[in-house]
Design a binder for this molecule. Sequence first.
Ligand code: SF4
Length: 761
Amino acid sequence: MPKINPQAPTDFTGIETSKPATEAAGFSAVFSSMKHVFGAMPVRRGLKSLLNLNQKGGVDCPSCAWPDPDGERSKIAEYCENGAKAIAEEATTRKVTPVFFQKYSVSQLSQKSDYWLGQQGRLTQPLVLREGQTHYEKISWEESFKLIGNQLNSLPSPDEAIFYTSGRTSNEAAFLYQLFIRMYGTNNMPDCSNMCHESSGSALGETLGLGKGSVKLDDFEKAEVILILGQNPGTNHPRMLSALEKAKRSGAKIISINPLIEAGLLKFKHPQELRDVLFGGEILTDIYLQIRINGDLALLKAMNKLLLEAEQKSGNVFDKDFIFNQSENYENYIESLESENLEQLSEACGIALDEIKAATQLIIDHKKIIVCWAMGLTQHKNSVVTIREVVNLLLLKGSIGIEGGGTCPVRGHSNVQGDRTMGIYEKPPKILLDNLQKVFDFDPPRKHGLDTVASIKAMSEGKVKVFIAMGGNFLSATPDTEFTAKALQNCDLTVQISTKLNRSHLIHGKTALILPTLGRTDLDLQINGEQFVTVEDSMGVVHSSKGVLEPISEHLLSEPAIVAGMAKATLANKNLDWDKLVANYDHIRDLIEKTIAGFEKYNYRVRQDGGFYLPNLPRERKFGTDSAKAKFSINELETIQLLECEYIMMTIRSHDQFNTTIYGLDDRYRGIYNERRIIMMNEKDMAEAKLEKYQVVNLFNHHGGIERVAEKFIVVPYNIPRKCVATYFPEANVLVPIDSFADISKTPTSKSVVITIKALS
Ligand code: SF4
């Protein structure tokens, strides 16, 4: 059997670099959007999808989960450059047909880059790779579902199957999927949240009683201070820049905390704002703290200690009414804070004390404080305690559940929050299981299932024989690529429900299925007519998304229809009329309304302009904790100690990428072009290591005594703190150890991986 390469090939594509940009968006973003959209489809189709993108009753962007304005939306373009790229990627008219798979074997395809695989187009028909075969071939839907049903029912236990969910899955599909899986008998439901904001959910759930952010979009215009930690909104949540611009123009101060100086945090040029076009955009960040990787907990502790010192001096920094009436554990927390040493904390985060004091002064002087964060805070061993320290800061100021103040974990995938709300969770709450039992008259499994890391290990140990993925690119999104590849290849059956070709289709079980599904932009015609689905954004707004484009193939099924097909072929329990649910998704929403709190009058309210907000107690200054109070927490600081030859690596996205989807080879804002196999290094570190610009190196990780190698990376001198380096994922995910994950949340530590670097001759 020819070698199948789980990693992207190491061929270089011809690097070029320039000075990083100092502003984001502007007309270059418009040109880039148009280039991608009209390069992938005819103008008419492109315009139709863009003019409906993020419009009320239109298509919800399948990329990040930044909310749409509740009120007026731009009629010209209510989307950003990366939203347009996501549409280009999904609505392309390029097709990957069964003929394509006759031409290319799996092994040949595995020698292609992720970018090349994605550029081949949309999958058009169900495909099967039978045991011992080298090429995928077409298969009927009926035979596909039968194959899945037989395989699942042949397992000694339902716990020998894994059901993964990517964050693009709609509420309706996610609800049916979890229902099918629980009726089948397992809670093995890892999802992409395990790898992104699980740490946020754990910390916020514990301290505030709800694992979601508390602010609304219009809070930004009312905020006085906005802290942005471990987030690069210019690339990953670009419309957030509009909210930051409005906040600035309303007088807010912005403190950005990031190891890299990101253009999107410096200045925003809104292409639809005449003022920006004429006068050159809005400066965003007032104080930029270029922190050492994983220095956030030390910095937050230093800020909270400085707040305490100011409170002890003036007595009017803390919101004492809030603290003494609506929080607990304050005294213990203050005692722990008093024992902290500012100089040591400054040293640990790599920020001079004067800079920390200047930033903290803004917090001392103001009440309405929003703290935003993303993966730069959630993918470390100490992520949960770091986010708990964020909450401590807001509790001291009483900046929770007020206009212009609160928590804002910004979700990276359009419905990752909605999927969890629908019950996609390996640790389901008792209330959900009780309601499922009541509404559907079956006994759902109550034993907790496997999260992403545990699923990979179970496959590796041969304890799991079937892996089914609803969307996503599991292999490339997960850590320890070579280990994960072997684990997937240990399965008897792997099933990928996808819109486009990706590397997870090439690393497969003995038998493999690819099931092509409709995308967000596609018209979804069912027996009762055109259907819409619903999603939930980062701020808990449930809203509709309705496809507008003719699907590129008549053989595509919607996600709900695929779940129904698998369920009918697998479940002995025939009580549920899956076809009726697929015929009209209103029926699915009626069942969601009966099962999950907050969805009263679901079908009516979601048809109202912009949808509706789910209940959010912290937003109302109420807390769903066991004491009904917000909780201060004491968070021990552990710093990563490096040997002289070691560096701490963070994996990041380029500007031409969304998660594992590669839109292009450029990272325009960082001045890196036409190459993804790069490592950004501090020039002083390069000099010490005797490394030259563009020198080719191998990268190593030795966690747990296992050597992991990422071959052939190009050294790029970059403004990054000493002993810190950055690489792109998925190329560097091979270095992220499967056994290295956040305490409590088990999120892989993709933002702090200890590596060594060896020059190739
Ligand atoms: S900000 Fe996010 S959701 Fe909005 S258009 Fe851009 S990528 Fe899509």
